[in-house]
Design a protein around this ligand. Structure first.
Ligand code: NAD
Length: 439
């Protein structure tokens, strides 16, 4: 059981020394889960208790409440967050999520996972995350622009090309990043492309960034399949979430000859054991706003998709999808975590006992932040690379990280998540120790 402090879901400040509540059911608070994962790694690494304590807490947390003029003339107040977990290895890096369900604990967890992810793939960033409590699907284009510009101004005391560099996450995209770049630049009086990544290529974005997370998942899947003696040609994939991550992974898997047998978004999905026509599905989603209008498969719910008989399952939507409630019905042989935090620790243990090969989020979806790093480097140098170069460099970094983690798992006889944490947490702990504590 983790002995880390419980942080309130309502966003109260961290209370050092408090203890977790005992709950009879599974604790699905993402920050508690992140703390439990850290605890497991800290025990294994025999981390100094003081250092462990330092790593439990985000270094900085900003909560903002800000007004936005809506199209009908009314004023609405929105709540946003920006959390920096650790900056020992470099500037803070992490996406911004627009979701009605986001809260401070979710942003804290996502920020901590970013710290480990950047360390596991060995890029010189710390971890951060941001979020605004809103449903972007219910806001007009101009309302979203005003919300983004005001939120950017509110968090501009933290963000900057040398301090904290946001990127897209759920509910945000390249257009959102262009507004963030423009707003920050207007406030400082000159154009600062490196303040944010995931921008359109026309305003300093990198070739290959929009596909990077999905493409990275495919690089990782190729390694995982090879390790498990499964051929990619004809291998069956089920993908939950058809956004930036899930739809791109589906497209590339389809292109390289894998069989994507099921996909879904929040409303539902489609299943066809012979394989879905992914290009047609993507066209349909673009045209109709939903994949459900496409008739190429049987309707399926997001929960049913998780339980399909498939070689590989890619959860690429939200947290807490594989839990104690459904883990016994999961039939995939390999799970590649495209989303952040899709598996609870209790479900994780059961999957491990059953011999399911799971590649954790902090490794599997790191392609996005790796190419974000490339975008930042290109922006700082005002010198841009071709997509082929971007993809090759990403592949090299991801495959090296995957093999390091696989090697650690074999050597220590632990699962891939703990192996990844042993590498990531150790790198962050070492950097923190080497720098020492100011003053
Ligand atoms: P997105 O907003 O582009 O797409 C999210 C998709 O998930 C949509 O299809 C949505 O309908 C679906 N969805 C939402 N709730 C669902 C539910 N309960 N069941 C099934 N489907 C549901 O978001 P994204 O950028 O693709 O991010 C997805 C996940 O990947 C998130 O966990 C995010 O943190 C993670 N991630 C994203 C990136 C990136 O570069 N965008 C990088 C690393 C990790």
């Amino acid at each position: 059981m983790n002995t880390a402090p419980v942080l309130s879901e309502s966003g109260r400040p961290v209370q050092p020394g408090s203890t977790p509540r005992d709950t009879p059911r599974e604790n699905v608070n993402p920050y508690h889960i992140a703390l439990e994962q850290l605890e497991t790694a800290a025990q294994y690494l025999e981390l100094d208790p003081g250092l462990h304590e330092v790593l439990k807490y985000p270094e900085r947390e900003l909560i903002v409440h800000f007004p936005v003029k809506m199209d009908d003339g009314q004023t609405r107040v929105f709540t946003g967050y920006r959390v920096q977990h650790n900056v020992a290895r470099g500037p803070a890096k992490g996406g911004i999520r627009y979701s009605p369900h986001t809260d401070l604990d979710e942003v804290r967890a996502l920020a901590m996972w970013m710290t480990w992810k950047c360390a596991i793939v060995n890029i010189p960033f710390g971890g951060a995350k941001g979020g605004v409590v809103c449903d972007p699907r219910t806001l007009s284009h101009s309302e979203l622009e005003r919300l983004t510009r005001r939120y950017t101004s509110e968090i501009s005391i933290l963000i900057g090309p040398n301090t904290d560099i946001p990127a897209p996450d759920m509910g945000t995209d390249a257009a959102t990043m262009a507004w963030i770049m423009d707003t920050y630049s207007m406030n400082v009086g000159h154009t600062v492309p490196a303040v944010v990544t995931g921008k359109p290529v026309a305003v300093g974005g990198s070739e290959g960034r929009s596909d990077a997370t999905g493409r990275g998942i495919v690089f990782i899947a190729q390694e995982a399949l090879r390790d498990n003696g499964i051929s990619m040609r004809g291998a069956r994939f089920a993908i939950q979430g058809f956004g930036n991550v899930g739809s791109v992974a589906a497209r590339i898997l389809h292109e390289i000859g894998a069989r994507v047998i099921a996909v879904c978004d929040a409303e539902g999905g489609l299943y066809n054991p012979n394989g879905l026509d992914i290009p047609a599905l993507r066209d349909c989603a673009r045209r109709e706003g939903s994949i459900l209008a496409h008739g190429g498969g049987d309707p399926i719910t997001p929960r049913q998709l998780l339980e399909l008989d498939t070689d590989v399952l890619i959860p690429a939507a939200v947290e807490n999808q594989i839990t104690l409630e459904n883990v016994h019905r999961i039939r995939a042989r390999i799970i590649i975590e495209g989303a952040n935090g899709p598996t609870t620790p209790a479900a994780d243990r059961i999957l491990q006992e059953r011999g399911v090969f799971l590649v954790p989020d902090v490794l599997a979806n790191a392609g996005g932040v790796v190419v974000s790093y490339f975008e930042w480097v290109q922006d700082l140098q005002f010198f841009f690379w071709h997509e082929e170069e971007v993809n090759q460099k990403m592949e090299k970094i991801l495959i090296r990280a995957y093999r390091d983690v696989r090697e650690m798992a074999r050597k220590e006889k632990v699962d891939m998540r703990l192996a990844a944490y042993l590498i990531g947490v150790k790198r962050v702990a070492d950097a923190t120790t080497l720098r020492g504590f100011y003053p």
